[in-house]
Design a protein around this ligand. Structure first.
Ligand SMILES: [Zn+2]
Length: 363
């Protein structure tokens, strides 16, 4: 790999040959591996580098704490009253996507023999869908990493509601015998929830916390939107509308999402459950599990190269290199699910050399 000039570099890859790429940011470490990927818009060359950065013991601003409320209308509301939001879909893009997808569906079913060749037109339509979706995904990732970076630098402790996104976005369809109600409305809400990228935001927070020493705490989400953060009165009537909260008991009035964020901040940290691994592992630490495929995909989309234990570019065990440092992609983060390579990230507290995030989960 060499740099041609300020803007361009050339990397020679096995089986591919020399690849020229835009040198979009400083490397910041020793190159360990390369990932070449296509995200529907462009090709990316990502480099995993070994930068000897470790998670600091204490945050640069100790004793700072914030509660976050993730919402559909406002992506993130903070207990200090700030609200961050962004729309990821440009006007017209949703309509374009719907049109393209129905077109692709038609092409798929139109008198096509099983295993028949995909037509050039169908391929073009699919590429256009991928391109549009990648653009939306990129905007979302930009927002979540931006927000995670700011929050982790500003606060030593970040509290989130524990959300079961999978359960929250379950379909309302029901069964043929017992059809559900408001199916289309629920589908729309599901789309809105998934569009805000809550899960990716969590992954991005955990990733950034590794370098700032921020503690991420999840608290039970129940009643955070109904409880008055001033007097503690909990009533479903307290919420006057989507945006305003008015306490029926003390008259406290605030933005509903900010009120919820304050509740999250003040919520007691849940004690670790005395079942499962907490009990089992008390005497000896069990090896951490490798991340699931889903976790890996989420991490990748958040710009985090998630890695298997014991994997390395050169085929060596990564245990030797797992001790310090994190790997990051340089020259634009890799974005697709089509990633190929790995190195050591950081820091399982145990010595198993796995790559679970080092953000402490429990108090
Ligand atoms: Zn009150």
């Amino acid at each position: 790999m060499r740099r041609v000039n300020r803007r361009w570099g050339v990397v020679s890859l096995p089986k591919i040959g020399d690849v020229t790429f835009r040198w979009s940011r400083p490397l910041g470490g020793t190159v360990r591996n390369a990932v070449v990927s296509f995200d529907g818009v462009a090709w990316h060359a990502g480099f995993g580098v070994h930068a000897s950065v470790t998670t600091p013991e204490t945050h640069a601003r100790p004793d700072t704490i914030v509660g976050l409320d993730r919402g559909v209308k406002v992506a993130v509301a903070m207990s200090d009253g700030r609200m961050w939001n962004r729309t990821f879909t440009r006007p017209g893009q949703e309509r374009d996507l719907a049109r393209l997808k129905s077109k692709a569906g038609r092409q798929e079913t139109a008198c096509r023999k099983l295993g028949a060749k995909t037509s050039n037109r169908a391929r073009k339509v699919r590429a256009e869908i991928a391109r549009t979706e990648a653009k939306i995904r990129n905007r979302r990732r930009d927002f979540v990493t931006w927000a995670a970076n700011r929050l982790c630098r500003q606060f030593a402790t970040i509290k989130l509601e524990r959300l079961t996104i999978g359960a929250m976005t379950a379909t309302a369809k029901g069964t043929i015998a017992e059809p559900g109600t408001n199916v289309r409305q629920k589908a729309g809400l599901n789309r809105a929830i998934l569009d805000k990228g809550w899960g990716m935001f969590e992954a991005a927070l955990a990733n950034r916390a590794r370098t700032t020493g921020t503690r991420i705490v999840k608290v039970p989400a129940a009643f955070t939107s109904q409880r008055c953060s001033h007097c503690g009165n909990t009533d479903s009537n307290n919420r006057e509308s989507q945006a305003t909260f008015r306490c029926g008991s003390c008259g406290y009035q605030a933005n509903a999402d900010v009120n919820a964020a304050i509740n999250v901040r003040d919520a007691a940290e849940a004690a670790p459950p005395l079942t499962g691994r907490a009990v089992r592992d008390r005497s000896h630490s069990a090896p951490c599990r490798p991340p699931t495929q889903r976790q890996q995909r989420m991490a990748l989309e958040a710009g985090i190269p998630h890695l298997y234990a014991g994997e390395d570019v050169n085929g060596r065990s990564s245990r030797a290199t797992a001790a310090a440092g994190r790997s990051r992609t340089a020259a634009r983060p890799t974005t697709t699910t089509r990633s190929a390579t790995t190195t050591a990230t950081s820091s399982c507290p145990a010595t198993c050399g796995c790559t679970r995030s080092s953000a402490p989960r429990r108090s």
